[in-house]
Write a protein that binds this ligand. Structure first.
Ligand code: SAH
Length: 365
């Protein structure tokens, strides 16, 4: 006889088969049991606060050619931009003024010295300019600027960034190779995560959910990877087709599976919470691209972080990793009040003027 779901959910450790079973649940009553266990655990390990990271997508210039991504190097239809230091500082000051506590600086990938030095300078300046009595350490800064050397990661850390996001995208070697050009390797991504950890960053990673030919076992292995490598922060979202990419021909297949992929993304959040417990998990914008209340649902399934848009509206349209990205025309203040309403609507509180660091990081360091 198979073990009851309630007993499985109460376990402390989980085999890959256990995780695959949880990810395969489809009956509404079972999914609700999963959701409520994840909700219970987020409250227990992270509290009821939801933390904001103002998202600043400061450049779409990219030397990588990821097959899924709308801003890949080969997409010539994209107008490339790089925000000025002043524009970035203005967005950062906005984050600090409205109490977000942290910002994420995200961009396409570049490894040239001018880019690295620009980021170092920006991080230093943001830190200097955002110190106040409400935010004594200045804005918490998360970087999301791709694969770099250990030396570069150290420069970013010394400048004052203390969290870094680099998604592994998938831990399946065959799937990774299918969705990336040959120059990119899963081994290097893994090395980068090790470098980040050695440098002292709170390390974030994540995967895309619903990739063509991705199996439940692949996703179960991804969660085991988060656990095994002691990841501090996780951002995951559904894969969404962008038509100016080599993966555009999957659009019908993906459209036919849309509802199942959305549910799978929610279950990934819940199961990651249940397995990894005290990590920060983001309810990502890609969830909201699929359903208008996708991020709130993510919060109900165990997430505790949201990333409101603070990229200037005039360039936001040029940072389209996938189609159907929400909030393209709302200014940062509109995004803020809309999100606050949404978070309160699901009974959570907002953690203002706090970095909202990963409890997992605190425990491991
Ligand atoms: N250049 C940075 C930022 C990349 S964009 C870096 O390398 O980290 C951030 C994430 O968006 C990617 O890691 C990927 O997981 C996600 N993404 C890209 N294209 C996507 C798509 N078509 N659908 C869903 N997510 C996508």
């Amino acid at each position: 006889m198979t073990q009851s779901l309630t007993a499985l959910l109460a376990q402390k450790t989980f085999s890959t088969a256990d995780i695959a079973r949880l990810l395969s649940l489809t009956g509404p009553a079972d999914v609700e049991l999963l959701r409520s266990r994840a909700h219970e655990l987020v409250l227990k390990h992270c509290g009821s606060h939801v933390f904001f990271r103002g998202l600043i997508e400061f450049s779409n210039i990219c030397v990588s050619d990821c097959n899924y991504c709308g801003i890949r190097k080969s997409n010539e239809a994209v107008d490339r931009y790089m925000l000025s230091k002043d524009d970035i500082l203005e967005s950062a000051r906005f984050c600090a003024e409205v109490g977000y506590g942290s910002a994420v600086l995200q961009s396409g990938e570049r490894i040239d010295e001018a880019f690295v030095a620009f980021i170092e300078d920006i991080v230093r300046s943001i830190k200097k300019e955002t110190v106040s009595s409400t935010l004594p350490g200045g804005l918490g800064i998360t970087l999301c600027v791709g694969e770099q050397t250990e030396d570069v990661y150290r420069r970013f850390y010394n400048a004052g960034a203390h969290r870094y996001l680099l998604r592994i995208e998938t831990t399946s070697p065959t799937l990774f190779a299918k969705i990336h050009p040959p120059q990119q390797s899963l081994a290097n991504r893994m090395d980068c995560l090790d470098r980040l950890r050695r440098v002292g960053f709170q390390v974030g990673t994540g995967v895309m959910i619903g990739l063509p030919e991705q199996t439940i076992e692949d996703l179960a292995n991804d969660i085991q990877f988060f656990k095994r490598t002691s990841i501090d922060m996780i951002g995951m979202g559904p894969y969404i087709v962008h038509h100016q990419t080599p993966m555009a021909h999957y659009d019908r297949d993906i459209a036919a599976r849309k509802d199942a992929v959305f549910l799978l993304a929610l279950k990934m959040i819940a199961v990651t919470r249940i397995v990894c417990k005290d990590v920060n998990i983001a309810a990502t914008t890609a969830l909201q691209a699929m359903q208008y209340d996708g991020r709130e649902q993510g919060l109900c399934f165990g997430a505790n972080i949201v990333m409101p848009q603070t990229t200037p509206v005039d360039v936001r349209n040029n940072y389209l990793l996938y189609e159907g990205k929400p909030c393209l025309d709302e200014n940062a203040s509109q995004c803020k009040s809309c999100l606050e309403r949404r978070i309160r609507s699901v009974g959570r509180e907002i953690g203002t003027n706090e970095w909202g660091d990963s409890q997992h990081f605190a425990a491991r360091s």
